[in-house]
Design a protein around this ligand. Structure first.
Ligand code: PEP
Length: 250
């Protein structure tokens, strides 16, 4: 059995003033962690450098997005090489809000993943189905299509720089968390897909984390599932219960 280090990401989205975010970071800095979980927080881009200075190791910061190009006339974008230059090691790509509100297609997400990895970043790559797709029985097809587009762009060895976040769209920000069984089923299928499409060793080593209305109350049960290797947390990452979520792995 390969041990996969538990991974918890906090996605602050477009929330918080500098003072509010500093309070959250102070709470994380003061919390007790036993070292068994990798913790990454993603504040709005504007605050990345300041928060990076203040956040105590081994917790790390992540960007919430990055573009495909190195530099140029791309107003409003941040390049992976700029993140690398700023020592920001992680980036969240393909979040459902980027896909639904800002036109990030499967191909654009895959190109962003490729560019991020080529520039030495590690990626939290988000995939997941809508409620309509789940009800139509298309969950696996959708998730595999999103992953296949990424698999076409990266080599076997580059999967070590990817954490897959399974985030059913119907569970994000809705308070409707997937059951442990629902999440485990998709995570298991993703791992089987990785074994078939990439290699068994990539399947064994890649962390597959769950996101969608995770909170301090439901995290312990979900964390028990064999193929849930952590969480991507939105709303609850701004609250004290984020510490409990980081400590939910036993
Ligand atoms: C997210 O934004 O990735 C997320 C999972 O949000 P929430 O935890 O609020 O559902």
């Amino acid at each position: 059995m390969v041990a996969r280090k538990f991974f918890v990401g906090g996605n602050f989205k477009m929330n918080g003033s500098l003072t509010e975010i500093e309070t959250i970071i102070e709470r994380i800095n003061e919390a007790k962690f036993d070292g068994s979980t990798e913790i990454v927080v993603a504040p709005p881009a504007l605050y990345l450098l300041k928060i990076q200075e203040e956040l105590k190791a081994p917790s790390q910061v992540a960007a919430q997005n990055s573009f495909t190009e190195k530099s140029g006339a791309f107003t409003g974008e941040i390049s992976p090489s700029q993140l690398k230059d700023a020592n920001v090691h992680w980036v969240i790509l393909g979040h459902s809000e980027r896909r639904s509100l800002f036109g990030d297609t499967d191909k654009l997400v895959a190109d962003k993943v490729k560019a991020a990895i080529e520039n030495g970043l590690a990626v939290i790559a988000c995939v997941g189905e809508s409620l309509e797709q789940r009800e139509a029985g298309e969950t696996q097809e959708i998730v595999e299509r999103q992953l296949e587009t990424i698999a076409k762009e990266i080599s076997e060895s580059e999967w070590k720089d990817v954490v897959i976040a399974y985030e059913p769209v119907w569970a994000i920000g809705t308070g409707k968390v997937a059951t442990k069984e629902q999440a485990q089923e998709v995570h298991d299928q993703i791992r089987k897909w990785l074994a078939k499409r990439v290699t068994q060793s990539v399947a064994d080593q890649t962390r597959i984390i769950y996101g969608g209305s995770v909170n301090g109350k439901n995290c312990a049960d979900l964390a028990n599932a064999p193929d849930i290797d952590g969480f991507l947390v939105g709303g609850a990452s701004l609250k004290p219960e984020f510490i409990d979520i980081c400590n939910s792995h036993k």
